[in-house]
Design a protein around this ligand. Structure first.
Ligand code: FE2
Length: 179
């Protein structure tokens, strides 16, 4: 059984605040991709979808004179670190299993190597699934962060994904899945 659903996370005001900053449409799309890749790689679709939904909540707004400053972002960004911490805090507050909260936070921390010295990242399957899902939704120039989605449609999609995950976990409990 899941203590916390994607819907619980998605509707929380803290998640809403940060998801709106980095793009709700992107987060929802990556959660769906993560579900698909998790099934393919035999890791928990629950953990993968949660990490995917929250993977970009650590983003900071890098502006210079009111305009997005890509160079500043590239040089200073640590969104994976910040996102992992924020996600962990939110998950624990919602009552997530602490082991799961840790796995999810690690998958967010390691979903990208953009802030790490080259060649130092070795991802475990769950972390790889989140990276693949993110890449599957990426658009040139970071456009995926600005794609719009209607609030009610986003919530409907999240509820549907919750149902898919519940179905899957009936056949494959956590114990049978890698991470
Ligand atoms: Fe992303």
């Amino acid at each position: 059984m899941r203590n916390v659903t994607l819907t619980d996370i998605f509707t929380h005001p803290i998640a809403q605040k940060y998801l709106k900053r980095s793009g709700v449409a992107h987060a929802v799309a990556v959660a769906y991709h993560a579900y698909r890749f998790a099934v393919q790689y035999n890791v928990s679709p629950d953990l993968a979808a949660k990490a995917a939904l929250l993977h970009d909540i650590g983003h900071y707004e890098w502006y210079t004179d009111g305009k997005w400053d890509y160079r500043k972002y590239k040089e200073n960004d640590i969104h994976a670190i910040k996102g992992a911490e924020r996600a962990h805090k939110l998950l624990i507050r919602l009552g997530e299993n602490p082991q799961h909260a840790k796995e999810i936070a690690l998958a967010i921390l390691l979903h990208t190597d953009s802030y790490l010295p080259e060649g130092t990242l070795h991802q475990r399957p769950l972390q790889k699934v989140v990276r693949l899902a993110d890449e599957a939704d990426e658009e040139p120039g970071g456009k995926h962060h600005y794609r719009q989605i209607d609030d009610s449609l986003a919530l409907k999609k999240i509820r549907e994904l919750d149902q898919k995950i519940e179905q899957w976990l009936k056949y494959k409990p956590y114990e049978q899945l890698g991470s």
